[in-house]
Write a protein that binds this ligand. Sequence first.
Ligand code: RIB
Ligand code: CA
Length: 306
Amino acid sequence: MTKLIIDTDPGIDDAMAIFYAAAAPDIELLGLTTIFGNVTTKTATRNALRLLEKAGLDLPVAKGADVPLMLPPFTPSAHVHGEEGFGDIPAEAPKGQAITEDAADFLIRMAREHKGELVVCPIGPLTNIAHAIQRDPEFVKNVKRIVIMGGSLEEGGNITPYAEANIYHDPHGADVVFGSGGNIVMVGLDVTHRILCTKEDFTSIAGQSPDLGGMLQEMSKFYLHFYETVGKFDGCSLHDPAAVIACTHPELFETRSVPLTVTCEGEESGATVVDPESLRAGTAVCMGVQSEKVKNLFLQRLALLP
Ligand code: RIB
Ligand code: CA
């Protein structure tokens, strides 16, 4: 059983990842922390609470940083995820609220309480993780692993030709994480662009899971439309679910261990770069994936939901 905290900016594929974690029998979800990216941190917090309530999970949600480590805030990616984060699904207030502890403090405390066992899966910009590392030098030693959705080694970017969106939105934060010496896995565009779901896949999910799967099908329409406009893919990428699946099924991914730095300025800002001169510990970068197996796991487990 993997003890997991997801750091998230929900977000359509974030919702897919969180519902997957709710369904997975090998995941013990301990809570969610929130971050800006697809939406503002305030909206991400509301959406995270709403997703947990929808899934019938009474778990802590800790609100994260409102702005990147050093850059001014970016405008949320409304053209990819909709104004409210869930495509055309209207905003709805959750019943519960976030805990008083902020995301970094919650992560630090949970890493201490579950020393050597906690896997942290950031599926948004890495600001909260960077804050946790900067506040507590023991944090990266206390966690078992940090499995990041973000970055790109050879695939090129998705928000600029050089950068993947999560890294682009806080390159300084990402650089702190890759330089932390922790046990870091990067699930980037090199693999997530090979794991695609189609309209028919979401119809099948909704057929088996009318409530939660139905919600994903509804929001997927907006996301699929965005991918159609990009024109390169036959479906939409399962970015964030792939990272959650990598937490429990590393055997489905081939990794390359490389020292990484992040470009923090200029045209290539947000690029994840192999930098042997940095003398940094290697990040395990996913470069190969058994796409069909990852996708089937996603489809099979979501079918278990109501
Ligand atoms: O580049 C893909 C990532 O950016 C995903 O985490 C998606 O949710 C967006 O945040
Ligand atoms: Ca995300």
